[in-house]
Design a protein around this ligand. Structure first.
Ligand SMILES: [Zn+2]
Length: 280
């Protein structure tokens, strides 16, 4: 069933579970994410990032993911990640995304609040949930100095009083696109942010967070984590080995079988790590 993410992310933020959100790029990984989530009777969040938006028009990705979401009993949200312009948000809304992230993290606090308020106004009309970002989670693979602007707890309070978002992405030590687990989270900062806002927190750059910190994160008010790199690695590496093992195979449907299963297994592992129990 298709839903926005408001309710279940709030519930997760108040419990010892976190809802994982996955960047997906087409049928194969979206299908695998939903099959995995069904085992836990958990919500599934399918996200389109900027690479995906470039690869496939939002109209097509929304139609595909909506149809997958409508075909299952678990709650499924289709989330447009890191939209930096109102124009892109509007396109996402019109295409049928049930949730959007407005990323005004590079702007001043005032501008970020103002733009987020506009997005909330639009989203409310369409029953869509809104995530915003405060502070900046850097990208490790971009040709820029890896500079993290950690979220100020005080600004988090000001921001969420003025812009009532359904999730606030905070910069607390994680990095985008890390291929190994090396990032340590600043839990003191998380606690301070929690004191200043009742909005569920969102962590981007999950693939790089060290194992010990993940368990600890479940008892905070973090309600959603974004996972991208790990699934891309899983799919890509599995596909590479399939091609090497079957040099004469040309049928993509056959070559995709094992990578899809590998992605499903990896997603199931994430649900377990984030406090979910299998129901079957
Ligand atoms: Zn992100």
């Amino acid at each position: 069933m298709l839903v926005n993410m408001t309710k279940y992310v709030k519930t997760a933020s108040q419990s010892d579970t976190i809802v994982p959100a996955f960047n997906v790029f087409g049928y194969e990984d979206a299908f695998a994410v939903i099959r995995a989530a069904e085992k836990f009777h958990a919500p599934a969040i399918l996200m389109s990032n900027s690479d995906s938006v470039e690869h496939m028009d939002l109209k097509h990705s929304a139609a595909l993911y909506r149809s997958l979401g409508e075909a299952t009993d678990i709650p499924v949200s289709i989330h447009l990640d890191h939209a930096k312009t109102f124009e892109l948000i509007l396109r996402g809304v019109e295409a049928g995304y049930t949730s959007v992230m407005y990323d005004g993290s590079a702007l001043s606090l005032e501008e970020n609040i103002e733009n987020t308020q506009e997005v909330i106004e639009l989203a409310e009309k369409h029953n869509i949930s809104v995530e915003a970002e405060l502070g900046s989670v850097p990208y490790i693979d971009r040709n820029e100095e890896v500079k993290s602007i950690l979220t100020s707890p005080e600004e988090a309070g000001i921001f969420t009083r003025k812009a009532r978002v359904n999730g606030l992405a905070v910069a607390v030590g994680s990095l985008h696109r890390m291929q190994t687990r090396r990032a340590k989270l600043d839990f003191n900062r998380i606690v301070e942010i929690e004191h200043n806002t009742d909005v569920p927190l969102v962590i981007h750059g999950f693939s790089g967070i060290i194992a010990g910190d993940i368990k600890r994160l479940c008892s905070t008010t973090v309600g959603k984590v974004n996972i991208g790199t790990e699934l891309r690695l899983t799919f890509g590496n599995s596909l590479k080995s399939e091609i090497e093992l079957n040099p004469d195979e040309f049928d993509r449907v056959k070559l995709f079988k094992k990578p899809m299963k590998a992605v499903q297994d990896a997603v199931e592992e994430k649900y377990r790590l984030l406090g979910w129990e299998e129901k079957e």
